[in-house]
Design a binder for this molecule. Structure first.
Ligand code: FAD
Length: 394
């Protein structure tokens, strides 16, 4: 029977990082994946340019039932370590808003970087490989790979979450955790667009494609100021994706379409200066024209010169623009979600090594764990940090 020191299940971001590190420590490593090639999510991430980390990473950028859990791994392998690795491989990158770092050319550069790191050691890789019949033995694990029995001392579960089943996402990691008696916290699609009730969908049908800066606040009081995008299915854009991780079904969100100014003050100032300017023209200086139509139609406001509108009408519009409450019908679910909330309970896993506390030799890394980053490169940073740390201990 073929024996390895380490078998990593999942050749995604976390699994490849872990395999490379373990291999560079001289461990005999096999990384397996049921997909036909490695890093498929990396390749489509960040619109093809992979938002691979962020200049500003703290534990506050992650959702986890055990809020201190991420600290150790993020400290052991930080964003600066990964940025250094990117520079070593000569990958060109740039910064966008909020400290987000993207490849200049292609997300392929990140997959190639990981594969080059694997090539610095002899890492065996097997694709289109199904894993079955995992059993614990005295000195490790026995499992079947496409029916062939193999053994390893350390087994690393890096099978990710449930988002994008088309790209090979499966609940394998959760099932394995449960097989070994680890708790799995309920999962839910996150960083995902909202869908709308039919009435709202009809109301916004004509503004599909319109994008505006805004602030969105959830009922739990979490607020993100970024862009909102109206789509033919509902609401998307970074502000929506961010809040979706904190939103609970049945709740409403409050959207402020003009977060940096008071609409009433702006309209009053415009009325003083340009009393004959119509409401539509005035609003068009603040919002895209197609959105203005929706704003006016909603409150049945007349498109009259500003001097003919009273403060009550301004108040009405002010309230709508700054406190537009909308109850999403749901989300687009795992089909389009970037990540999965919940997963393997981190209380059962060492934050210092990523090894299961009660199952020596079994490791969980990346998104399969109950660790979910904000939008902005945090999910990849978690994959790099947790993969690197496990790679030092397997
Ligand atoms: P994955 O990268 O998902 O890898 C898991 C691997 O396990 C896969 O290769 C899969 O084929 C394999 N696998 C699953 N089940 C089995 C099984 N039963 N047997 C064998 N193999 C199996 N995050 C960012 O930080 N920045 C971004 O720009 C960004 N953009 C994204 C865009 C999209 C469209 C999506 C879907 C996600 C994006 N993310 C982004 C999130 C990020 O991709 C994930 O958080 C990250 O890939 C998780 O790494 P992972 O290694 O844990 O899991």
């Amino acid at each position: 029977m073929t024996e390895y020191d380490v078998i990593v299940i999942g050749a995604g971001a976390a699994g490849l990082m872990c395999a490379a590190q373990a291999g560079q420590r001289g461990r005999r490593v096999l990384v397996v994946d049921h997909a036909k090639k490695p890093g498929r999510k990396i390749l489509i991430s960040g619109g093809g340019r992979c938002n691979f980390t962020n200049y500003d990473v703290t534990a506050n950028n992650f959702l986890c039932e055990n809020p201190h859990f991420v600290k150790s791994a993020l400290a052991q392998y930080s964003q600066w370590d990964f940025i250094g690795l990117v520079a070593t491989h000569g990958v060109a990158y740039h910064e966008r808003d909020h400290g987000q770092l993207f490849c200049d050319d292609s997300a392929k550069d990140i997959v190639n970087l990981l594969l080059a790191e694997c090539d610095q050691a002899t890492i065996n890789q097997r694709y289109r490989c199904e894993v079955h019949d995992i059993e614990q033995e005295e000195a490790g694990f026995r499992l079947k790979l496409n029916g062939e029995p193999v053994r390893c001392q350390s087994l690393v579960v890096a099978t990710g979450g449930l988002s994008m089943p088309k790209l090979g996402a499966t609940p394998f990691g959760y099932q394995l955790a449960e097989q070994f008696g680890l708790k799995v916290l309920p999962t839910r699609a996150a960083l995902v667009p909202y869908t709308l009730h039919q009435e709202d969908k009809t109301r916004f049908a004509d503004i599909s494609g319109v994008s505006v800066p805004c602030s969105i606040t959830t009922e739990s009081g979490v607020c993100f100021s970024e862009n909102l995008l109206f789509t033919h299915r509902g609401l998307s854009g970074p502000a929506v994706l961010q809040t979706s991780s904190f939103w609970q079904p049945g709740e409403a969100v409050t959207i402020d379409l003009l977060p940096s100014e008071s609409l009433k003050d702006v309209l009053v100032a415009m009325r003083d200066k340009h009393p004959n300017q119509t409401l539509k023209t005035s609003l068009s200086r603040l919002f895209p024209k197609r959105l203005v139509e929706v704003l006016i139609a909603r409150d049945s406001l007349p498109d009259k010169p500003l001097k003919q509108l009273d403060d009550k009408q301004f108040d009405q519009l002010h309230h709508y623009v700054h406190q537009w409450s909308i109850a999403p019908n749901g989300t687009e679910g795992y089909r389009t979600a970037e990540v999965t909330l919940g997963g393997v309970d981190t209380h059962a896993v060492s934050s210092k090594t990523l090894e299961a506390r009660d199952i020596p030799g079994l490791y969980f890394i990346g998104e399969v764990l109950d660790v979910t980053g904000w939008l902005g490169g945090y999910n990849f940073q978690w994959a790099w940090s947790s993969g690197w740390v496990a790679g030092q201990h397997v």
